[in-house]
Design a protein around this ligand. Structure first.
Ligand code: BES
Ligand code: ZN
Ligand code: ZN
Length: 495
């Protein structure tokens, strides 16, 4: 999807003109269209119901041949989510109408209550995410896609803000589709080596990418990450992406679970839906997506000068004669010993080494991690939000606020000392899970991770529900959601 902002004075005639139709006064599409809009409205066929589209044909030589309206309901009820969805509906309609290019006409007062910059961002997100399709590997020729060029014509106040928003929205949405593409790939194609190659492609001036291999991990004594990888032929990788603006004052480390396929290992999972464990790298996908956005200029106009370091520990979790056993004791790179009571609680093991390494190597002011860590968070919160917990309430509040701006809700869960006590070990410092009798499956994952982040402001986001399986919402139709890329971008821009 290509987006081009055109001036309000644009004279050329679009193939298809699209506008948002609110209950109340007629949409203003400019002089040439006023009589036409009046007529369309007077028939009662122009629906202002949310997401309803109405198509009209104009015979005036100066106007577009086809005009489509997408209903928005009442102006006062508009939200970022309704606007994003309406724009995605428009993109899909343009594609169905097989037009090469369409023009979306937007007025400043269309989106009462949202400032121009927010509206611009959300419109770009609706267009790009609405157009997203995973291109599966196929033996047949791919059909040409229509409706892939949008012109956006903006009329009204703060055109500068709208333009900046449109650009930021484009950067965040393209980064999200980049993440969705990698996340939707099956485990045999999206291996740790493949993820490392994708990470390397994100190199840019001011953004370095380094990949640690198993030899380096052995040298660094990353016994927890290497323990998970033991059962697999695919070598583990640890991606390090480092955005370092000159004169930076603060450092943030963002760690994403990049488990490319989770069979459970020796504590093997049931067969049903095991294919979905391709998505077990979506935390890593979100971090790679964030760096895609940063590479494309996502930090321009950010509040502070912050060094952003992304770490993606990546491995497969397979059973086999070399695989680690339940009851094995491994040692993380900070010396903490771990009893692996269940080899399926592997995400926290690979994150433990990455978090401990991040803490020691970069001395961050804040550290966060994202992971498809527990089935328990899906039971607790479903697929429309992620769980967040940690050791710093201000950090958690900021993440929740960023999630609201992106319409990727986060819900805080507790993490107390009693939860940490529940995983203290008998045969090692910590166990990789608590006893089933305690419950709190999601929190025990967070409690485990907190042993490796001591002394740093840290939060853990469990995206096991949000990463895939959400309800369809026009700008998401199935498969990986690409969740958290836009939230992370909002958050790091605000630091
Ligand atoms: N990748 C899974 C978590 C998961 C399960 C995500 C189902 C989405 C859907 C993780 O590695 C895992 O298996 N966690 C275990 C932890 C348990 C053994 C303590 C779980 O949630 O069952
Ligand atoms: Zn697992
Ligand atoms: Zn897993």
């Amino acid at each position: 999807m290509k987006i081009r902002l055109v001036a309000a004075s644009e004279k050329s005639k679009p193939e298809l003109l699209v506008a948002l139709a609110y209950a109340g006064p007629n949409p203003d599409l400019g002089g040439a269209y006023s009589a036409f809009v009046k007529k369309a409205k007077s028939t009662g066929d122009l629906s202002t119901d949310t997401r309803a589209t109405s198509i009209f044909y104009s015979h005036d030589a100066k106007s577009a041949k086809r005009v489509v309206f997408c209903g928005m309901g009442k102006r006062a009820d508009v939200t970022t989510e309704t606007l994003r969805r309406a724009v995605a509906v428009i993109q899909k309609k343009a594609e169905a109408l097989k037009v090469k290019k369409f023009r979306l006409s937007v007025q400043a007062d269309d989106h009462e209550g949202l400032d121009a910059e927010v509206a611009g961002r959300v419109i770009a997100e609706g267009l790009i995410l609405g157009a997203y399709q995973y291109e599966k590997p196929t033996g047949t020729k791919r059909k040409k896609r229509h409706g892939q060029h949008a012109e956006v014509l903006y009329r009204g106040k703060d055109a500068k803000g709208f333009k900046a928003g449109l650009n930021l929205g484009r950067i965040g949405a393209e980064a999200t589709t980049f993440a969705r593409d990698i996340e939707n790939m099956p485990g045999n194609l999206a291996t740790p080596t493949f993820l490392a190659a994708e990470a390397r492609r994100l190199k840019a001036p001011g953004l370095t990418v380094k990949v640690l291999d198993e030899v380096a991990m052995k040298r660094l004594k990353m016994g927890a990450l290497l323990g998970v990888s033991r059962g697999s032929k695919e070598p583990a990788k640890l991606m390090l992406m480092d955005y370092k603006p000159p004169g930076y004052k603060k450092t943030v480390c963002i760690v994403g679970k990049g488990l490319t396929f989770d069979t459970g290992g020796i504590s093997i999972k049931p067969s049903a839906k095991m294919d979905e464990m391709r998505y077990d790298m979506c935390g890593g996908g979100a971090v790679l997506g964030l760096f895609h956005a940063i590479r494309d200029g996502g930090m321009k106009g950010a509040r502070g000068k912050v060094r952003v370091v992304g770490l993606v520990p990546s491995s497969e979790n397979m059973p086999g004669s070399q695989a680690q056993r339940p009851g094995d004791v491994v040692t993380a790179c900070d010396g903490t010993t771990i009893e692996v009571l269940n080899t399926d609680a592997e995400g926290r093991l690979i994150l433990a080494d990455a978090l401990a390494y991040a803490k020691k190597s970069y001395k961050p002011d804040w550290m966060i991690d994202l992971a498809t860590l527990t089935g328990a968070v899906v039971v607790a919160l479903g697929h429309e939000m992620a769980g967040v917990m940690g050791t710093d309430d201000d950090l958690i509040d900021d993440l929740i606020e960023a999630g609201q701006l992106a319409d990727e809700p986060l819900w805080q869960l507790p993490l107390w000392d009693l939860h940490r006590d529940q995983i203290k070990g008998k045969f090692a410092d910590v166990n990789n899970l608590n006893s089933a009798a305690h419950g709190n499956g999601c929190t025990s994952g967070g409690a485990f991770l907190s042993f490796f982040t001591k002394g740093v402001k840290w939060a853990h986001i469990d995206i096991a529900g949000a990463a895939w399986g959400a309800r369809a919402k026009d700008y998401y139709t199935g498969g990986a959601t690409g969740t958290a890329v836009r939230t992370l971008l909002q958050w790091v821009r605000g630091l």
